[in-house]
Design a protein around this ligand. Structure first.
Ligand code: AMP
Length: 366
């Protein structure tokens, strides 16, 4: 079986590594000369809207998936006429535009922050009057890792936010005073079977994922069931195949959807060591039509991103239970270049080892 992947970054690399033992080979389409997945996949160099490159990928693949949601929908549709594409291009379309996505959640009865569409300065003022402060102004499209967004807490932050982002289609969201951030990592097979990893607790710093803890503490049966039920609505509505991530704000008993990603997700990296079958393997299994693996956690994990800096590998690996994933990328400011997972048998042991790890490396975003 040959799996084609749109995008050749670290997510594609970890998918290809998971595909290998299953006898599945991967080809990635990526515009860069030396994409992260190169050591483990064949590379077609080209833009995502270049027909010749798309044609080459289609010829090299029995099934196609993607590692990021900003692939042009038209390209995914063009490919889907020739080779099965999972998750379907409809899922891409929903997740590319924050307004479409929020309307989609609302249609399925999944709570979201208050939001309003902003195409003009008048819309912006009206939206702020309706929603009130604090609020968040975001670009509707192409925002990631906190890029393309401004938190507006006070009146005097309104003008600078508009100067920074105005002129593009935008969304204003009510700022959610959440207790914590959680994410659901779910997977649906071609036969429609759905499985869910335990809820993950995520800490963001400066708009980027800093740390994930899994399973999240004190979720309780009710919250867990609600998260699975909401995720199932999304999976079934889109006749989804593959791994889906949904990011939540938790406010007491309420789960408020922030956004979804139709792909393997950074907050699921802990599953490589911390779950019976990783999100990468389950995604590959799903899109290739194989039975799903168990999504049960093995013990307790903490995952820290390495952003913009290369730590001493031996310093990290000296700590028992740590696993280092270095993506082999050039280090640049605010670039995810690797991650470290601490896997332990209990939450206490995990926290103890994570504290020791943090004494040696601060995981600050550089
Ligand atoms: P996003 O790119 O939309 O996932 O936003 C990145 C991070 O900014 C989120 O994980 C939150 O920590 C924060 N954030 C985004 N939108 C909101 C909101 N409406 N209310 C509170 N915090 C938010």
């Amino acid at each position: 079986m040959r799996l084609g992947i749109l995008g050749g970054g670290q997510l594609a690399r970890m998918m290809a590594l998971a595909a290998h033992p299953l006898g599945i080979t991967c080809a990635v389409l990526d515009p860069s000369a030396d994409p992260c997945a190169r050591p483990v996949a064949s590379v077609i160099r080209g833009e995502f809207d270049d027909l010749q490159s798309l044609y080459e990928l289609a010829r090299a693949s029995d099934v196609i998936t993607y590692e990021f949601e900003n692939v042009p929908v038209e390209s995914a549709r063009w490919l889907a006429e020739r080779v099965p594409v999972f998750p379907s291009p409809d899922a891409l379309e929903v997740s590319q535009d924050r307004i479409v996505e929020k309307n989609f959640f609302a249609k399925l009865g999944i709570p979201t922050p208050a939001f309003a569409d902003v195409l003009s300065r008048d819309d912006f003022d009206r939206a702020l009057r309706g929603i009130g402060l604090p609020a968040v102004l975001k670009t509707r499209r192409f925002g990631y890792d906190g890029k393309g967004q401004c938190v507006i807490r006070t009146e005097d932050q309104i003008e600078p936010a508009w100067t920074q982002l105005g002129g593009r289609p935008l969304i204003v969201e009510g700022f959610v005073e959440f207790d914590r951030e959680l994410s659901s990592i779910a997977v649906r097979s071609q036969k429609g079977e759905c499985r869910y990893y335990p809820l993950v607790e995520n800490e963001h710093r400066d708009g980027m994922l800093y740390r994930s803890l899994a399973p999240a503490a004190n979720t309780g049966e009710e919250l867990t069931e609600r998260a699975c039920e909401f995720a199932e609505r999304v999976l079934n509505e889109l006749n989804y195949v593959g791994v889906l991530a949904i990011e939540w704000f938790q406010d007491g008993p309420r789960l408020i959807a922030n956004e979804m990603a139709p792909r393997v997700h950074n907050s699921g990296h802990w599953t490589l060591e911390g779950a019976a079958c990783s999100q990468f393997e389950n995604h590959v299994r799903a899109v290739c039509g194989l039975p799903l693996g168990s999504t049960s956690a093995i013990g307790h994990s903490a995952m820290f991103n390495l952003i913009g800096q290369r730590p001493g590998f031996d310093t990290i690996l000296q700590i028992p239970g740590t696993h280092l994933h270095w993506y082999g990328k050039e280090t640049k400011p605010r670039r995810k270049v690797g991650h470290v997972t601490v896997a332990a048998t209990s939450a206490d042991e995990r926290d103890h080892l994570a504290a020791e790890l943090l004494l040696r490396h601060d995981f600050a975003i550089r």
